[in-house]
Design a protein around this ligand. Structure first.
Ligand SMILES: O=C(O)COP(=O)(O)O
Ligand SMILES: [Mg+2]
Length: 228
């Protein structure tokens, strides 16, 4: 790499990709369902509702529980979700196995790491702070960081630009259809992990590469970067 070549940017989704956040997100959804007077839903069902942000999760949960609320009643439940979740954000949420070692390897190779998530930026920072991961990322871009959010290409392209990179030397790592679509919209290769939250099986999402474990991330990143 010559001095003039910008570093490669590796952009990660957060929920279901970097961190297994489902336990705390879904415990919070249960509290909101209780407060709405609705029956709790099976975890296999609510897990798949994660991926489009907290508002969508609350909305999907209430809808599936047969509770129709909108306007101020919905806003109140959403506020309650945010408040409870912030207080419990890292009770059970932990990085997926092998993540820290893979990030170490990528950083040692001179790549710049970034987060591109549909989680609100303040919650993303709070979670990464609690897990002592914040300093690893040059940029943490949530659903409210730019005027648009995933699957809009602008969220990923804005993340890469802020990280000092170029779209031609970047890779997106994610767990859901939203991430694969975002990467396609931005014309950036994507790597899919199988341990996250998705309706469609991860291997069928149409990513450019699929890894079973973070041990395989560094070599897969190099392969995709080499292609460009
Ligand atoms: O919190 C969510 O639903 C989405 O978050 P993600 O984009 O990091 O998967
Ligand atoms: Mg995700």
């Amino acid at each position: 790499m010559s001095a003039a070549t910008p570093p490669a940017v590796i952009a990660f989704d957060l929920d279901g990709t970097l961190v297994d956040t489902a336990p705390d997100l879904l415990d919070t959804l249960d509290i909101v369902l209780d407060e709405a007077g609705a029956a709790r839903l099976p975890r296999e069902e609510t897990r798949k509702m994660i991926g489009a942000g907290a508002k969508a999760l609350v909305n999907r949960g209430l809808t599936a529980a047969g509770i129709a609320v909108d306007g101020p009643a919905f806003e109140k439940l959403y506020e309650r979700f945010l408040e409870h979740y912030a207080d419990h954000i890292a009770d059970h949420s932990r990085p997926f196995p092998g993540l820290v070692e893979a990030l170490d390897t990528l950083s040692a190779r001179g790549h710049v790491l970034a987060v591109c998530t549909n989680k609100l930026e303040y919650l993303s920072r709070l979670l990464l702070d609690r897990l002592e991961l914040t300093d690893r990322f040059a940029v943490i871009a949530g659903s409210d960081t730019f005027p648009v959010y995933k699957p809009d290409a602008g969220h990923l392209l804005g993340t890469i630009e802020r990280a000092g990179g170029l779209p031609g030397r970047a890779v997106m790592v994610g767990d859901s259809m939203t991430d694969v679509l975002t990467a396609k919209n931005a014309r950036i290769p994507s790597i899919v992990v199988p341990f996250g939250y998705t309706e469609t099986p991860a291997i069928e999402l149409g990513g450019d590469a699929f890894i079973e474990h973070f041990d395989h991330l560094p070599e897969t990143v190099e392969r995709l970067l080499g292609r460009g």
